[in-house]
Design a protein around this ligand. Structure first.
Ligand code: NAD
Length: 294
């Protein structure tokens, strides 16, 4: 069993850390929200007073933060790297700009610390069930060291390439997810406006050529799937503002390589409109509200 520091106990980090606590690791946890730390402490983790305190003596450091600025702020701004043992392995799971991932990994390497970018896919349900997909960038030997711990939080582990490659793959996946969710909401709203029952239409699509992750596991129409965020007032899940961030990252990656992403750009604009309407804190499936106002 390892000594693991886990920093960032939000919608994803909390269930991931819970799985590691259940697996018997000595876990030290930290988040800016004291109530999130208290919940993990009840599950047996040590409540660290700060990020610096959490990483003291850790073999493995895992972070699950919102965006690039939080990751760079913590590792570089707050100089967390200086407090991490050089024999430790850092697994950074947030979805951030590949540039940021490379910058922090290079700073870690300069101190002799191995670091992986390991963003995840699978949503909060996958985090709770321990069935996440990890999309990893970094050295193969660091991934070999990380694998036993990743397997306690996830089912599929992919090595995308060197540092930053995990983020590139994750951004491509989430651009497609944003397009699919907006398209699914649009199709359901069209069917309902033309007299169909949303559940009947969803069942049909789920067994037809329009099926996708949203229609199978994460239907945006309230009441169609009991456990989906749409049926819980779009609470929890994957925030619309986080999807907007990921579509922005796709835009930056496209800009850097002169790639065309017309559907990704459209999806980014839809999520920007949705956020401007005050829905940025709701789960990203609430994009349905653009098509079906309350
Ligand atoms: P979240 O906003 O629910 O949680 C982030 C947590 O980080 C919060 O609890 C916040 O207090 C904490 N935090 C921020 N700065 C901190 C700091 N300096 N020190 C300690 N704690 C700090 O976000 P989430 O939904 O858990 O997502 C986390 C990351 O995973 C994001 O990059 C997101 O894009 C990605 N992601 C989310 C999902 C999902 O379904 N929610 C799925 C895949 C990937």
């Amino acid at each position: 069993m390892s000594k693991i520091a886990f920093i960032g106990l939000g919608n994803m980090g909390a269930p991931m850390a819970s799985n590691l606590a259940r697996a018997g690791h000595a876990l030290a946890v930290h988040d800016l929200v004291p109530a999130s730390v208290a919940r993990l402490a009840e599950a047996g983790a040590r409540a660290a007073a700060s990020a610096h305190d959490a990483v003291a003596g850790a073999d493995i450091v895992i972070t699950m933060l919102p965006a690039s600025r939080h990751v760079e702020g913590l590792y570089l701004g707050d100089d967390l790297l200086a407090h991490i043992d050089t024999r430790a392995l850092v697994i950074e799971c947030s979805t951030i700009a590949p540039e940021s991932a490379r910058k922090v990994a290079a700073a870690a390497q300069a101190r002799g610390i191995a670091m992986l970018d390991a963003p995840v896919s699978g949503g909060t349900a996958g985090a709770a069930a321990g069935t996440l997909t990890f999309i990893v960038g970094g050295e193969a030997d660091a991934l070999a060291r990380a694998r036993p711990v990743l397997e306690q939080m996830g089912k599929n582990i992919f090595h995308a390439g060197p540092a930053g490659a995990g983020q590139v793959a994750k951004i491509c996946n989430n651009m497609l997810l944003g397009v699919l969710m907006a398209g699914t909401a649009e199709a359901l709203a069209l069917g309902v406006a033309n007299g169909l029952d949303p559940k009947v239409l969803s069942d049909i699509v789920a067994k037809s050529s329009g099926r996708n992750w949203a229609t199978e596991l994460y239907n945006p129409w309230p009441g169609v799937m009991e456990h989906a965020p749409a049926s819980k007032g779009y609470a929890g899940g994957f925030g619309s503002d986080l999807m907007l961030k990921d579509l922005g990252l796709a835009g930056e990656a496209a800009q850097a390589t002169r790639s065309s992403i017309p559907l990704g750009a459209l999806a980014r604009n839809l999520y920007a409109m949705h956020g401007a309407a005050g829905h940025g804190g709701l789960d990203f499936s609430s994009i349905l509200k653009l098509y079906k106002p309350d």
